[in-house]
Write a protein that binds this ligand. Structure first.
Ligand SMILES: [Zn+2]
Length: 333
């Protein structure tokens, strides 16, 4: 059965990796961060991951071999095998990496469970953050792209192609024919990501390299920046309302780097949500995430204590973590 005590979690993002050792209450006992060696290839990322995990375990006073590790990583992940199925250009060569198997081999056979980073984010916020105590919620990250995870009755949806929760690729009228990074047109990510807000601002004649510049223009009252964030917020709210109409969440949690423009973004999202959501969903709050920077790694620590993430328990493999509390048994008071 599940050993009590501290757990290891790792967040692998496009630019940085964060490993934490946390106790079951979510208190971080130790943490270590490094830039992701994305340009050096997948093998280098796996090696760095193993080093980081050993370092953080040592820093937290863990002795002996590492037994269980949870990982949340960018990319589409087969949660049953812990293999990366697809990844963006931010992590060249990441797709196809059998991450769980390779990391386990480097960690002397430790059990390694791997999920998509937004799923880990959702698990972290659902246990320790903005959705603590809730069992049905949507988690969204707005940053370079727009990511999402849908948790229904305590279980993150996976889907037939490991794509459930890809909120960013919902079509919204506000996106018009703007091109999405996925290649399609009209998806909400094409107007609501941080990258897209910069593009909208530039298309209106503004000068900006990053969202930090748009945020500064916003504070200075530049109407073009206001319009860019307003468009993003309205698109986001419309997509979230359509999704909520289909999956009936208790709350929606929004996190990610784009929250530097969050006040206007979320105000607009809430307004658009109210226009499209069914009347019964009027009380569904769109909330800020509460674990900035930590939600993915903390959510990953929860993976070691049960079958790897949202995998169908009937299909989980013999070499995965032993049965233990599923997310649905999480403390609903
Ligand atoms: Zn798309």
């Amino acid at each position: 059965m599940t050993a009590p005590g501290p757990r290891l979690g790792l967040d692998i993002g496009g630019t940085k990796m964060l490993a934490v050792l946390a106790d079951p209450s979510g208190t971080v006992l130790a943490q270590r961060e490094r830039p992701t060696p994305a340009r050096s290839g997948a093998q280098s990322i796996v090696t760095t991951a193993a080093e980081l995990l050993r370092e953080v375990a040592l820093a937290g006073g863990m002795t002996g071999p590492l037994r269980r590790v949870g990982v949340g990583t960018a990319g589409v992940v087969d949660h049953r095998t812990g293999t990366i199925l697809a990844a963006t250009d931010a992590l060249p060569g990441w797709a196809g990496t059998p991450l769980a198997a390779e990391l386990s081999a480097l960690l002397d056979g430790a059990q390694v469970a791997v999920v998509n980073d937004v799923v880990a984010f959702a698990l972290g916020e659902g246990r320790y953050g903005a959705a603590a105590g809730l069992t049905s919620y949507v988690a969204v990250t707005v940053g370079t792209g727009v990511g999402g995870a849908v948790v229904v009755d305590g279980t993150p949806l996976v889907g037939a192609h490991h794509l459930a929760g890809h909120v960013g690729h919902m079509a919204v009228p506000q996106a018009g024919d703007r091109r999405c990074p996925c290649g399609r047109r009209g998806h909400v990510e094409a107007i609501a990501s941080g990258t897209a807000m910069v593009e909208t601002y530039r298309l209106a004649g503004g000068q900006a390299a990053t969202l930090v510049d748009v945020a500064a223009a916003l504070r200075a009252g530049d109407e073009r920046a206001v319009d860019a964030v307003r468009l993003a917020g309205r698109g986001l709210g419309t997509a979230l309302a359509s999704l909520a109409n289909a999956v009936d969440p208790q709350v929606i949690v929004v996190g990610g780097g784009a929250l530097q423009v969050s006040q206007l973004l979320l105000a607009q999202a809430r307004a658009a949500f109210a226009e499209t959501a069914l009347a019964s969903l009027g009380g569904v709050e769109i909330r800020h995430a509460q674990l900035p920077g930590l939600a993915v790694a903390l959510g990953a620590t929860l993976l070691g204590a049960r079958p790897p993430g949202p995998a169908d328990p009937e299909h989980h493999q013999n070499d995965t973590a032993p049965s233990a509390p599923t997310p649905s048994s999480r403390g609903l008071s």
